[in-house]
Design a binder for this molecule. Structure first.
Ligand code: CAA
Length: 301
């Protein structure tokens, strides 16, 4: 049996932060699909595209790709200034911050603006895909109607990992409403981007963050209790267990605000105290120490 074709001729990416930019990068370079990149901040798009130029230049410099391939990939990415600019895409991938109301409002707009057969994917790292899918039903339609089921059925979780050009995994999550065709096409698209795909049920944090976040939180609590220094905690895991980064460095890399948002979703979604965010993590975010992106987290950058 031949593999399901993703059929994505044009991709829309919402959010030009580190995740959105990475998704645009692998889609243009690996899947060779034209990408329309939207962010409400034009400065973010300019910054993101400049970073993409640097990544492509580095790959050419290291002999991984030819300069024509880099030029073609860059030529496939176009910035759009309005969300409506995505109306003709075959799939949109949302990669904005971890806020349910924000994602619900985006999916409501996408459901109204895009063709009924376009796939609506979210890169959320913890929020329920089922809740997001429920917002992707055009006004006036009930969730149980054929059109309502079809509209929510094109929503899927496509969870990439940071840095997207380097990390080999995509976690695929099906909402209760997701149609088998949506799931197959999304899986096929992730594979075309060069990623290995695992699947998870729609539980808070999916497999990846339900396992990673208690580990990071426990490391923060070890620091909070003065059990070891930040360096000793990280070095223990790096050298003792061969992790590429220690958990505190990894938390800074992911973003402490993102870690807190994920942990809150896990805690609220399960009621399980093992997911309760540490006070130190909350205080770091209160202080606007968001990690690498803000210049200070558990380390200084
Ligand atoms: N974008 C693109 N490429 C990047 C990058 C970025 N932001 N950061 C680093 N890289 C590339 C470098 O350019 C370098 O590429 P080359 O091999 O072509 O030179 C390569 O990654 C290795 O980088 P470095 O040599 O600078 O440093 P390193 O060997 O320490 O690797 C790392 C850096 C790849 C980030 C590595 O430390 C690592 O794998 N860390 C763990 C990352 C991780 O666990 N990510 C998942 C986080 S969880 C998540 O994303 C999901 C969630 O829901 C929270």
């Amino acid at each position: 049996m031949s593999p399901i074709q993703h059929g994505i001729r044009t991709l829309g990416v919402l959010g030009a932060g580190q995740m959105g930019l990475g998704i645009a990068f692998v889609s243009a370079l690996r899947a060779r699909v034209p990408v329309l990149l939207y962010d409400k901040s034009p400065e973010q798009v300019t910054k993101g595209l400049a970073f993409m130029d640097k990544l492509l230049e580095k790959d050419v410099g290291k002999g991984r790709i030819r300069s024509e391939d880099a030029k073609d990939a860059r030529g496939r990415v176009t910035a759009v200034s309005e969300l409506e600019g995505l109306r003709d895409v075959d799939m949109a991938v949302e990669a904005v911050s971890e806020s349910l109301p924000l994602k619900q409002s985006i999916f409501k707009s996408l459901a109204a603006a895009l063709r009924p057969d376009a796939i609506l994917a979210t890169n959320t790292s913890s929020i329920s895909i089922t809740k997001i899918a429920a917002s992707a039903i055009p006004a006036g339609l009930s969730a149980a109607s054929e059109q309502g089921k079809q509209s929510a059925g094109r929503v899927v979780g496509l969870h990439f990992f940071n840095p997207v050009p380097v990390m080999k995994l995509v976690e695929l999550i099906s909402a209760i409403q997701t149609s088998p065709e949506t799931l197959d096409r999304a899986r096929s698209f992730a594979a075309a981007c060069g990623k290995e795909v695992t699947t998870s049920k729609d539980v808070p944090g999916f497999v990846s963050n339900a396992l990673l976040m208690p580990f990071i939180n426990e490391a923060i609590m070890h620091l909070e209790k003065g059990i070891a220094t930040r360096e000793d905690i990280d070095t223990t895991l790096k050298l003792g267990m061969n992790h590429p980064m220690g958990p505190l460095q990894l938390a800074d890399f992911i973003g402490l605000d993102t870690c807190l948002a994920i942990q809150q979703t896990l805690y609220e979604g399960t009621g399980d105290s093992k997911y309760r965010p540490s006070v130190l993590l909350e205080r770091m975010v209160d202080a606007q120490f968001y990690g690498k992106k803000s210049g200070k987290g558990f380390y200084e950058y």
